[in-house]
Design a protein around this ligand. Sequence first.
Ligand code: BES
Ligand code: ZN
Length: 880
Amino acid sequence: MRPETAPVIRLEDYEPAPYRIDRVDLDIQLNPKSVTVMARLAISRNEDTPAGTPLVLDGDELELTGLALDAMPLPDSAYSASHDKLTLNTPPADPFVLEIQTKIDPDANTELMGLYRSNGTYCTQCEAEGFRRITYFLDRPDILSVYTTRIEARKGDAPVLLGNGNPVDGGDVPGTDRHFAVWHDPHPKPSYLFAMVAGDLAHVDDTFTTASGKKVELKIYVEHGRQDRCAWAMDSLKRSMKWDEEVFGCEYDLDVFNIVAVSDFNMGAMENKGLNIFNDKYVLADAETATDQDYANIEAVIAHEYFHNWTGNRITCRDWFQLCLKEGLTVFRDQEFSSDMRSRAVKRISDVRLLKSHQFPEDAGPLAHPVRPRKYTEINNFYTATVYEKGAEVVRMLKTLLGDEGFKKGMDLYLERHDGEATTIEAFLVCFSEATATDLGQFARWYEQAGTPQVDVKSHYDKAAGELTLDISQSILPLPGQATSESAVIPLRFGLIGPNGEEMTPATRSGARFQDDVLVLEEQSQKVTFTGLHSRPVLSLLRGFSAPVRLEAHQSAEDLLFLARQDNDPFNRWQALQTLATHDLMRLTRAARQNEELAPNPDLVAAFGEVLLNEALDPAFRALTLQLPGEADLARDIGHDVDPDAIAAARCALRKAIGAAHCNAFKIALAAKPGGPFSPDAQSAGKRALANQALGYYAASGTQDAAEIVAAAFEEAGNMTDRIATLSLLVHEGLAGGEQALEAFRRRHEATALAMDKWFMVQATAPLSDGLERVKALTAHPLFDFANPNRVRSLVHAFATGNPTQFARKDGAGFEFVADNALAIDQRNPQVASRLLTCFRSWRALEKSRSNLAEAALQRIASAEKLSRDSRDIVDRCLQ
Ligand code: BES
Ligand code: ZN
């Protein structure tokens, strides 16, 4: 366990390290229960470092078993060693070689950081600070070294031995049952990109020829028997490699690219140089076990990790405060890739939904922080929606403001100028500023200020003058540690829509800077005027969600309905109906709290029917548009005194009204599934999504034969998408046949962990009055496993984040259950525990009796005798 009171690390305190480590030669001897690591580090003193300055290397739970300097053993007086630090008191003035031997036990590594075992396979996870659990090192991203790794193991235990870079040697160790492999990575890299894997794995092979004609061997390694679930991942990898050449001019730079899929992994996947390691849920897929969403996720995650080869690996971060430099930019790149592979509109809507449901609440609560944080106590807690998703939005705004060409020039300059470096956000922005002769001083505030800007727009049309005026203002609500805010540069893409849906062009526009169809907001408040408009235009603002802001445009229901039908911008078409639905759901929520009758707005109900029947629209778009705002979205928009039961009741009432009003249309639509064998392409997936939405509304309508129809659809399901959609409906709507379906699913998929994760998740998120009791019982199920992060996420985490009424139960039992589990998990895996604890971040917004109970649960965790730094940080900030 780490120390309980952790120091605060601050961006302003950054200093380069006093020493460099130019070369790292590792010799890793693998034996069950005991691994010996010999690290030979070629170290040199930096010019500004006074000779004799102590060298302090990081460690974590390490046991030092040998130490030599330039091949001579070191006397005890020359150094001091503890499990988390190795200090050389007076290192030589000239370059020297330090040989460090450590002993570690990967079988006992339950944190899944450093070297650990997953189903017997040895694997590593070093980002952010895991390398120090393998050997003592300057474990920080600005120390770039060339690595050579020799791995040795018993042939029978680990026939496959993998490292970073290219394979350069290998063979048997004469006279033993052991063998070895040597890997060399010529590209200097930070320690967090180190990886090795050893085990008995199968592989699927392919090749890719780069634009300059270099042939790259591609391999995906999986446990035996899983090879036939790798085709989609391999296809996604080849498309990613091609796309990055075409769109960003980035070519791959080694002879091999290996991906290993493991079952026990804290995160989604990791971009280790030449040896990506993946949570197997982002690799394995076939129609029987993976949903359309899984296929889309695999495509995106494979692309994301591959794209890091340039944005992250060749150009890395100077320090962890710069995390968004690689993550925000790489998320932007994977979003663009998926947009090019699929429907751009649907991808944009999905991404914005994710941003609003995950990042907005983070940015409005106690865990809010800038895209580039200024301080942290535990860096693992800063791999957040703000760094990732808002970080990607900031890059997207840069593109909107500079135009496609300007953005390309800036990217090209960045990739060329900083190749091989560990750099900063400032340096990144300078490239765009220089390449386009643009001042980005004010834009940089997007990296510095926490909180979601609120943009308020009041419009006034003067018919006689033919003038439209907009009073626009921006503000950020005060946050802990950030009382005031400065105005940001906000690109608002917009259109003025005439009575027949045509785009109107004003004679003049003034009061702001305009770039084509983008109004650039720069001041706290601005008055914008359009002239020459002879009929009142309907304003379509923030098209494509051109900035990560909350927009309050004070539009009438009539105008919103008009936009939902007529806007040329598909995002705003979707948004208009969401806004209308949100307004009505907020009204219904208030009514539910007063125990009044819940009568949804008939115009809104009718508008949903129109979407369903509009064959001119892409099925995937229709499916997304039919989805009501989620309960968490509504809670966020309500903002205070939140009663999850009232929200759920409101949502149920609207779903039921829509289902009942268009019952026949839904019945027709639910049958419109794509024929033929399963194909994961976006078109087919869209059709399945629409049919399953239709089935959901039909079930919600309460029509007599609903249970029968859903149960039949479950029986007939020919793929996991349809099977899990129908199972969820049966269980969540409490329909007859739910229990039998759960049992049938379990029998069918018992041997497939990723499918059983879904089985746990469906039950964890069931909004039933005894939902918590069911989840508690499932923690004792023979297939539940506290050691497997995916399983914990699909039961406990899914409950805490996807079952708002049961988590926030009035008796406090939901909070207590999550607190108990977080405490238990924290003992073995702090990262999984602290992520789970972020589910408490919006506790203050709950109505008083619930928020008191949530606070008590948090206090209980805070007072636990033994709590990891990770969990302590989250709980302290939540209570702050
Ligand atoms: N570099 C991260 C993996 C990581 C995350 C390491 C946190 C250490 C701590 C990787 O590139 C990543 O971002 N993975 C994401 C998925 C991605 C598609 C956004 C993840 O693991 O969730
Ligand atoms: Zn990443």
